[in-house]
Design a protein around this ligand. Structure first.
Ligand code: GLU
Length: 493
């Protein structure tokens, strides 16, 4: 491993959703491509909103997608892997890891206490609004006299720590967005430590990225306005600045912002509904990245080789669920029958179509018949239910529109005779032989396809849109097929 280090630092204040997965994926892919290190750090300083459940949800989602981190928390334990533990900010705070950096800023006069009350700050804002100025902290406490400070302390006022910003132009070259500059005169001195002593995001993220030797910060565009403040903090600490890259926003099709609290799109929900991790990775990669070729289908392993930050687009990415469904179908057809069967089994079990001692070979045959039509794994329930139990037979549907009840009955009768005559040792015949047999039945009384193939299909599958009757016959046990054909025949008399 070289010294290229990227991190994914989610706040465990919501479930792992597709937007976060995309951010994690891009950092992961770049780390893998460059032979670097991928770090997971939990930014849980907002203790009122962070929960263990969300932490677990994020880590489970990442593990499921295969976004394996080289350093960070070890799930299910309180332990960490990596040289820069702990990888939870609240623990880093409790261990006093941020304090030396705060002290350094004070020592170099780049930090100061601010005693302004919320009411005073509100008044400032109002006055600025009246003058049609953009709201910003005026820097009232910047040059507070000793006496004033003593007075505030005596009054028992609470205080925050602010960073003293220089009124400079901060420029940087964003890996994705290109040259960016900010006029810091437009920013008020930011709070870096709250009155209860808890340091805030912009400060802790810098200290952590610095101490964890992060070289590339890849994150969502919504963080771009934080970047100049973070660069100012790096500079105030006398530290080198990492490379920054801001990923385009992912918008809903109606161009609305997606958010973590958009519960509908959490990764666990997609998993539950029957999306494959391969499809989600492929989909997330295309949310803002393209190879510049026609290729659209990518495995994670392939992406690890071809991904480049230079090919991340600047403009917003649109979250198109149709594309995700299409990709899922493509991946279902691409993966081995064994794997898709394994993926389908939980759905069949949940729907009580199979129990624990199910026949794996039979299930695999069933899946092989419907694999082409599956777009989302949960659809396997409706597509295959009749392979596991009888459904409701509607006699009217047995009769093809150009057939009559009489010809349909004849067709079923002839098929039953031929099937019964076929010795068990020869069953199941292959698809061609089954078709031959049904053609033979057709010829016995000069019937049409609609008199034979149509009712056989419906009798066996209780559906007009199923695999062909010959395919059904090769998979369904002979006695089940015969029982259903006889029941169909009976229903017409
Ligand atoms: N904890 C921040 C978030 O979840 C991380 C932002 C960053 O990458 O700096 O949005």
């Amino acid at each position: 491993m070289n010294n290229i280090r990227l991190r994914f630092p989610p706040s465990p204040t919501g479930k792992f959703h597709i937007g976060s997965a995309r951010t994690a994926l891009f950092s992961y892919l770049y780390a893998r491509k460059m032979g670097g290190t991928f770090v997971l750090r939990l930014e849980d300083t907002d203790q009122s909103r962070s929960t263990k459940e969300f932490e677990e949800n994020i880590m489970e989602g990442m593990e499921w997608l295969g976004l394996n981190w080289d350093e960070g928390p070890i799930p299910g334990t309180n332990k960490y892997k990596g040289d820069f533990a702990p990888y939870r900010q609240i623990e880093r705070f409790r261990e006093g890891l941020y304090q030396p950096y705060i002290d350094k800023l004070f020592k170099e006069d780049r930090a100061y206490y601010c005693y302004c009350t919320p009411e005073e700050l509100e008044e400032e804002k109002k006055a600025q609004a009246e003058k049609k100025e953009a709201p910003k902290y005026t820097g009232k406490c910047r040059e507070c006299s000793k006496e004033k400070i003593e007075q505030y302390e005596k009054e028992g006022r609470s205080k925050v720590v602010r960073l003293r910003l220089n009124p400079e132009i901060i420029k940087y070259k964003d890996i994705i967005k290109g040259d960016i500059e900010f006029d810091m005169a437009l920013y008020g001195d930011p709070v870096i430590v709250r009155s209860d002593g808890m340091p805030l995001y912009n400060f802790v993220v810098v200290v952590d990225d610095l101490t964890m030797k992060i070289t590339h910060v890849i994150r969502g565009e919504d963080h771009i306005s934080n970047t100049p403040i973070q660069i100012a903090i790096y500079k105030a600490l006398g530290a080198g600045v990492p490379e920054f890259g801001h990923l385009p926003l992912t918008l809903t099709p109606d161009k609305k912002k997606m958010s973590k609290r958009f519960g509908d799109i959490s990764i666990d929900k997609y998993k539950k509904e029957g999306y494959l991790k391969e499809a989600l990775i492929n989909f997330a990669a295309l949310l803002g990245w393209s190879s510049g070729t026609e290729q659209e289908i990518y495995s994670k392993e392939e992406l690890e080789k071809v991904f480049s930050l230079a090919r991340v687009q600047k403009s917003n990415a649109i979250f198109d669920v149709e594309r995700l469904n299409w990709l899922n179908g493509v991946w279902i057809r691409k993966l081995s029958l064994d794997r898709i069967t394994a993926e389908c089994i939980p759905y069949l079990k949940e729907a009580k179509l199979i129990n624990d001692d199910f026949d794996r070979i039979y299930v695999e045959k069933v899946i092989s018949l419907v694999k082409e039509r599956l777009k989302i794994l949960s659809e396997v329930i409706d597509l295959t239910a009749y392979f596991f139990k009888d459904l409701v037979l509607n006699p009217e549907k047995l009769v093809f529109r150009k057939s009559t009840i009489e010809t349909t009955k004849q067709g079923l009768e002839d098929v039953i005779i031929l099937f019964e005559d076929t010795p068990m040792s020869k069953w199941p015949l292959n698809v061609d032989e089954m078709n031959n047999l049904m053609n033979e039945a057709k010829n016995m009384h000069n019937l049409s396809n609609g008199d034979v193939f149509w009712p056989v299909r419906y009798a066996l599958s209780f559906s007009e849109a199923s695999p062909s009757p010959a395919e059904l016959l090769t998979v369904l046990p002979k006695e089940v097929s015969l029982k259903r054909l006889k029941a169909a025949l009976k229903s017409l008399s």
